[in-house]
Design a protein around this ligand. Structure first.
Ligand SMILES: [Zn+2]
Ligand SMILES: [Zn+2]
Length: 532
């Protein structure tokens, strides 16, 4: 029976370019999507650009442009980066999208009407000069410990790590105009997270065995502290409007709105394709498997907040099955960060080194269970020694054997066939259980096996002494190539598409693939070139 696989890739924030570290975290989503599609399951794989929030309005203010211009610029850039990396999203959309906004407003109103979003008045920092309430990141403070002026968007001083007290915060200044802020009563809507403590605990306990260890630990910490109600609206003019009277000048807080993108994007693409979106969201449907792919800094949004929002609607949604939260990828041992700008920009590396090698390296060296480091030396070694010398070379010496322009008629070696079948089964289990590093390594082990088989058969001698044996060897090796053209697809979609084109495989499936003899081999070209 076909399973319904929902895969949600994290929504990158539209305030800076993507670097290799982001993509290392997101790559798992595309590996899963490509594998499940080949396996014949129904897949809905979505993501989009997170367009709202203060970092974007601030940036717009600095550059003297409209926030929409900033978010559109990065949305276009992200869309291109994902395309360059052959991400196979069914829909890559953005939160500044009418369908998303309409659906978010409907859900927000529903939760409000059910009493889980409520009004509360609390004193908040206010700037009388700018006539606005200030978010933490709009406040600056002279650190009482090191005397440096720092932004208040962290609990501690970014220079000396001094932890700010409430008294210090009372002295904070408006970051925009420099005037001393005052405390003023402010009315906002809050999501009653605390009412879901027992339901969320029950959900987490039922599912967490499937989650990455960091997700289990981080979620456990939040549950132990007890869930706290969170402000669901804020004083900002950029974002989704609040569908409640008296809140015309406020917007829905980005944390509640962006995660709903998983649901709205799925609904949107299903409507376009004429599929029933419920097939990916029906509560407790054992035929549905959902994966949420993101970095470890986003865990509670996926393991607690999003499930709370879904529960609060009373609309009986399927809750997340797998929390695929990666660790970080560092670059020469420094954490890659958008704001630090020290990572390798994805758009540059694809241009310089190609999609397939970058993808394979990010998966094989992926920060699955611990932080990993991107080193250019290691990347080159992987490209040259594994991808080019093992995979590229095997394909080339099989399909471009000297003097052969057409695939000969031979008999498939049955030991090799069962080795290929074993690889399909083992790699499927590894991918479904998110051991993607192992899955990529196992796929390359099949290439090692193939090269050993080739060397043992010695087709260069068979060609002179035993033409039937030669034909069997080349036919068997070409069949291995055809199957590598399926097995490697989740990791290297460009090279595998070429292999399948060379060998006339039009409907690839995750199972032993047969080929016909008499295939024209003249068009075959080397798949990779060595990096010098
Ligand atoms: Zn300090
Ligand atoms: Zn001000």
């Amino acid at each position: 029976m076909k399973r319904n696989i929902f895969i949600g890739g994290a929504w990158p924030y539209a305030n800076n370019s993507l670097h290799a570290g982001h993509l290392a975290g997101l790559m798992a989503g595309d590996v899963l999507a490509r594998y499940y599609r080949l396996n014949g399951d129904n897949v809905c794989y979505v993501s989009g650009t997170d367009c709202h929030g203060t970092p974007i309005t601030e940036r717009a203010h600095e550059e003297k442009v409209n926030p929409r211009e900033i978010s559109n610029k990065y949305h276009a850039e992200f869309t291109q980066t994902f395309k360059d990396l052959a991400f196979s999203y069914d829909l890559y959309t953005k939160t500044d999208d009418e369908f998303h906004e309409t659906e978010v407003k409907r859900i927000f109103k529903k939760i409000y009407d059910r009493g889980f979003i409520y009004e509360k008045t609390e004193p908040q920092p206010y700037c009388e000069q700018c006539e606005k309430f200030l978010a933490d990141r709009e406040l600056s403070i002279i650190c009482p410990s090191c005397q440096t002026e720092v932004k208040l968007d962290e609990d501690s001083c970014s220079k000396c790590s001094y932890i700010f007290t409430l008294k210090d915060i009372e002295n904070a200044k408006c970051h925009i105009c420099g005037k001393q802020s005052v405390l003023k009563n402010n009315k906002n809507l809050y999501l009653a997270m605390s009412k879901f403590q027992s339901e969320i605990t029950e959900f987490v306990n039922a599912r967490k065995a499937n989650w990455r260890v960091n997700a289990q630990n981080e979620t456990g910490k939040f549950l132990k502290q007890g869930l706290i109600d969170r402000a669901a609206t804020r004083d900002l003019d950029w974002g989704v409007e609040v569908p409640v009277a008296g809140y015309e000048k406020k917007r829905i807080y980005v944390w509640i709105e962006a995660v709903l993108g998983y649901l709205t994007a799925c609904k949107k693409i299903c409507a376009e394709k004429g599929i029933d979106w419920h097939d990916f969201w029906r509560k407790n449907d054992a035929n549905i498997i959902s994966y949420y792919v993101h970095g470890k800094d986003n865990i509670p949004f996926h393991s607690i907040i999003f499930p709370v929002i879904l529960m609060a609607t009373g609309e009986e949604y399927h809750l997340p099955d797998y929390i695929v939260s990666s660790e970080f990828m560092t670059f020469n041992s420094v954490k890659m960060s958008k704001s630090l700008g020290n990572g390798i920009l994805a758009k540059n590396i694809v241009k310089d080194f190609g999609t397939d090698s970058f993808r394979y390296y990010l998966v094989k060296n992926g920060p699955e269970k611990k932080d990993t480091d991107f080193s250019m030396e290691d990347f080159k070694a992987t490209h040259n020694n594994e991808i080019n010398n093992k995979l590229g070379n095997f394909v080339n010496r099989t399909l471009k054997f000297k003097g052969i322009t057409e695939l000969p008629n031979g008999t498939m070696n049955l030991d090799v066939k069962s080795e290929i079948e074993k690889a399909y089964k083992e790699i499927a289990v590894l991918i479904e259980h998110l051991d993607l590093r192992e899955a990529a390594t196992r796929a390359m082990a099949l290439v090692d096996y193939a090269n050993r088989f080739y060397d043992e058969q010695k087709p260069w001698i068979q060609a002179k002494e035993d033409i039937n044996a030669f034909n069997d060897t080349i036919f068997t090796c070409a069949t291995i190539v055809a199957n590598l053209g399926v097995i490697f697809d989740p990791f290297m979609p460009i090279a595998t598409a070429k292999i399948r084109e060379y060998l006339n495989i039009t409907k690839p499936k995750w199972e032993f693939t047969e080929i016909r003899s008499r295939i024209d081999l003249i068009k075959v070209m080397p798949l990779f070139t060595k990096i010098q």
